[in-house]
Design a protein around this ligand. Structure first.
Ligand code: SAM
Ligand code: SF4
Length: 266
């Protein structure tokens, strides 16, 4: 489907949960956030139906994200359901990697094509600080497991404060070079004040060629990460929510005072 600015929308990013097993400082407050009510979270059948609808309307690429997608119970079953929908040409996942060691093989067997794994530093203490308690070794095991399982290409998402030349990012780059991983740098953003920029090494943040639509875990189609607009299927119906999100896709991002990364999926 074409949006009002003649961009061909073929990429749907689905946040399968707003829950997470980490608490990255730039993404989630430590505690006390309002989580989505369990009853509001889309069931696998609903997600499957919405992906089929998306494919009819021109979606060919799907990415599962979150929160942390691997904490959603039965995630492997969801991967199988989506992978078996004809027309889904690319099925990827963005994960923090903590649980990937135990899931990589099953994800691959059930039809996941590839993963992006988040890693901002090589320093265990800094990693624990950034993520408020995460164990970097689990991420390394996860990366190894993803490579072993053939979830290729394994890409690393590295959040940088200012530039790809800062020391932590350079060390992550070295690790990637030595381990046959590709790296993309995401500038740390603030949805509320509208500070965002292009992802280096990826497609994110390029408004003029943006081909994305987002689906939140509670069923809202969102046209843009940097915009408050969202159309819930309960209010607008499946077709209506999808079509409204496309017809309301802004020319470019501005800011999003109500959105959070763990809800929209980055
Ligand atoms: N939990 C998974 C993970 O961390 O990879 C998937 C969801 S996370 C919200 C998706 C991506 O958004 C991650 O690569 C994360 O580093 C990035 N992210 C989160 N908050 C961000 C922020 N404030 N600025 C830039 N990137 C951010
Ligand atoms: Fe969780 Fe990913 Fe957000 Fe970190 S960036 S708190 S791992 S959702």
């Amino acid at each position: 489907m074409l949006d009002p600015f003649k961009r061909h929308i073929n990429y749907l990013r689905i946040s399968v949960t707003d829950r997470c097993n980490l608490r990255c400082r730039y993404c989630m407050p430590e505690e006390g956030i309002d989580m989505m009510a369990h009853d509001d979270i889309l069931s696998f059948e609903e997600i499957e139906t919405l992906v089929k609808l998306g494919v009819e309307k021109g979606i060919t690429k799907i990415r599962l994200t979150g929160g942390e997608p691997l904490v959603r119970k039965g995630i492997v079953d969801l991967v199988r359901l989506i992978a078996s929908i004809p027309g889904v040409e690319d099925l990827a996942m963005t994960t923090n990697g903590i649980l990937l060691d135990q899931f990589a093989e099953a994800l691959k067997q059930n039809g996941l094509h590839r993963v992006n794994i988040s890693l901002d530093t090589m320093d265990p203490e800094k990693f624990s600080y950034i993520t408020r308690g995460g164990d970097i070794n689990k991420v390394f095991y996860g990366i190894e497991a993803a490579k072993r399982a053939g979830l290729n290409p394994v890409k690393i998402n590295c959040v940088v404060r200012n530039s790809a030349d800062e020391p932590d990012a350079l060390e992550v780059k070295k690790f990637c070079d030595e381990n046959d991983l590709s790296i993309r740098y995401i500038h740390q953003m603030n949805l509320e004040d509208g500070s965002f920029s292009k992802v280096e090494g990826g497609e994110g943040g390029k408004c003029e060629t943006c081909n994305r639509l987002r689906l939140t875990a509670d069923g809202s189609f969102k046209p843009c990460l940097f915009n408050e607009a969202g159309f819930n299927i309960k209010e607008h119906g499946h077709d209506g929510a999808f079509d409204k999100a496309i017809s309301n896709k802004p020319k470019e991002g501005t800011r999003n005072k109500s959105g959070r990364f763990n809800q929209i999926g980055g």
